[in-house]
Design a protein. Structure first.
Length: 75
């Protein structure tokens, strides 16, 4: 999860991931941020994030993103 945190912080250094806000639902991440995160995660973890995975639940928190990565690594 540390590497995922680093990726998000590289893309959006202004976000406090420990604050407990919902990243998508609260409008902290926009579509461009999500696309950038998806590209970085895909490269870093050698996973394929499909359009069906692009739902708020997967990107609303660091934990949600980590769970998505883990799920896709196990496929």
């Amino acid at each position: 999860m540390d590497r995922i945190r680093e990726i998000i912080e590289e893309i959006r250094p202004d976000i406090d991931l420990d604050e407990g806000k919902k990243l998508v639902t609260d409008g902290i991440l926009d579509s461009v941020d999500i696309i950038s995160i998806v590209a970085e995660l895909s490269d870093e973890f050698d996973i394929k994030i499909k359009p069906a995975h692009l739902i708020p639940e997967h990107f609303d928190s660091l934990e949600g993103i980590a769970a998505l990565v883990k799920m896709l690594e196990e496929e």
